[in-house]
Write a protein that binds this ligand. Structure first.
Ligand code: FAD
Length: 424
């Protein structure tokens, strides 16, 4: 691994990268993966990869089923109802921060049927392509094969309102061509006998999958290092520019020259974008997970308990329970009241979990539920890849592929207009 000081003295020599990717989460790693495959010399600069990234402790669900963006009709009314409940899965901390106010305004503007209809094909095409790319990535030698499971996803319901939500999603998914099954209580248990959550039925999304996300990151790191990608442990503090193009990425101790920059710093990307004169609206949306080690998870199919908004993902040697979306800036404190519903679900499957810590991560949430993937209008050689919200693992690979195609000048695999960085 390069130390920063070593790199500083060598930056004009053989270590000079063609492309610097800022951020080593799933999105940055995926960009580096496809860029090096396209023959580019790549460096990833990250200040604390596995410690800070949302990409490690998340639920690991690969979800073509999630074709409805978060900004949908009815979400605001539901959110208002939840605001008074300290255990609810949604928390919005009032704030006069102008970036936050703008995000909220854009969010409510996109909570329309027209926006949902426009987004469905975009999210569906992206996630189905990404799922195939993920399968390829998961054949990397460093990836434990049992970690990727194509067992679909069960959206469980207990109450009538959760059943209504799941069935509406099923109708939309079916109309969009996804494979689904509506199951009653007995049929659900027949499919997944190890289920312990209280339910009346479920919708089964057959094309979903799941993996252990940190496994994938570590396999990508091994692969990228073996292909000559360098990893630089440093915080990017700014950029040197000349006539609108970035010439160097600067850290506290180094100035790293390159031809092209990709900003893939998750929830922190807008801070870097503003240093280059371009503002995108992305807010950190905190979520929690609790990972319980088990000898061998009896549960086979990942689930989402729709009433509680808790995900349940069997992984090799453990089951991970996740949930909550808290919009409160970069406050990384853990509110145990909101973790309680997650732990209650976990308690159905595992005993003795008092010593298990809660993990938290910041989802980079765009206000329209669509990521930002493309060139910066204010910089001739800088690209941005962020805003994947609840779907960064699902959409990371396709994002890396699109960014690479844009940089090398190939025809993009998907139309990139919906992702442009100057929308809103
Ligand atoms: C509880 C929870 C459950 C989730 N479940 C799922 C799921 O089941 N399926 C799914 O698809 N998605 C899921 N997500 C969402 C997913 O985790 C994120 O969308 C995804 O990890 C974002 O990846 P990223 O690479 O953009 O950002 P990150 O993983 O956050 O990586 C950003 C990186 O940038 C670095 N960085 C930031 N600023 C700087 C700087 N100035 N200099 C250097 N480095 C910097 C950070 O250190 C970090 O490593 C979940 C998220 C949460 C919180």
């Amino acid at each position: 691994m390069h130390t920063v000081s070593k790199l500083y003295s060598k930056t004009n020599m053989s270590d000079r990268a063609d492309v610097i990717v800022v951020g080593g989460g799933i999105v940055g790693m995926s960009c580096a993966y496809y860029l090096q495959q396209a023959g580019r010399k790549v460096s990833i600069v990250d200040r604390g990869r596995y410690a800070e990234a949302a990409s490690t402790g998340n639920a690991g669900l690969i979800v073509p089923s999630h074709i409805i963006p978060l900004s949908a009709p009815g979400v605001i009314a539901k959110g208002m109802k939840w605001l008074m409940n300290p255990e609810s899965p949604l928390y919005i901390k009032p704030s006069a921060n102008p970036h936050f106010m703008k995000w909220l305004w854009l969010f409510q503007k996109h909570c329309s049927e027209a926006h949902v209809q426009k987004s469905i094909p975009v999210l569906k095409d992206m996630s189905l392509l990404s799922r195939d790319l993920l399968s390829e990535m998961c054949s990397l030698p460093g990836f434990e094969k049992t970690s990727l499971v194509h067992n679909g996803l069960l959206m469980l319901h207990r109450s009538e309102s959760a059943q209504k939500d799941n069935e509406e999603l099923a109708d939309i998914a079916e109309a969009a061509g996804l494979e689904i099954e509506r199951l009653d209580h007995a049929q659900t248990l027949n499919l997944e006998p190890a289920l312990k959550s209280e339910i009346t039925g479920s919708v089964y999304f057959k094309q979903d999958a799941s993996l252990e996300p940190e496994q994938l990151l570590r396999a990508l790191e091994i692969e990228l290092r073996s292909q000559g990608v360098s990893f630089i442990d440093a915080e990017v503090t700014g950029f040197k520019t000349n006539r609108g193009a970035v010439t160097s990425v600067t850290t506290k101790t180094a100035s790293l020259e390159c031809d092209t920059v990709v900003l893939a710093a998750g929830s922190w990307t807008p801070i870097l974008g503003r240093k280059l004169g371009h503002s995108i609206s992305v807010q950190p949306a905190k979520g929690y997970s609790v990972t319980i080690p088990v000898d061998s998870p009896s549960l086979r199919i990942p689930c989402i308990a729709t009433d509680e908004k808790v995900s349940i993902t069997p992984m090799p040697g453990c089951i991970r329970f996740g949930g909550t979306l808290a919009l409160q800036g970069f406050d990384d404190s853990i509110d145990e009241r909101r973790v309680a519903p997650i732990r209650r679900q976990a308690g159905l499957y595992c005993s003795d979990m008092d010593d298990i810590p809660t993990w938290s991560g910041f989802r980079p949430a765009s206000p329209d539920g669509i990521p930002f993937i493309g060139a910066l209008p204010t910089s001739a050689n800088t690209f941005m890849a962020t805003g994947h919200g609840m779907m960064g693992v699902t959409l990371g690979p396709v994002t890396g592929k699109l960014i690479t195609e844009l940089i090398v000048g190939d025809t993009p695999s998907l139309k990139t207009h919906p992702f442009r960085t100057d929308r809103h």
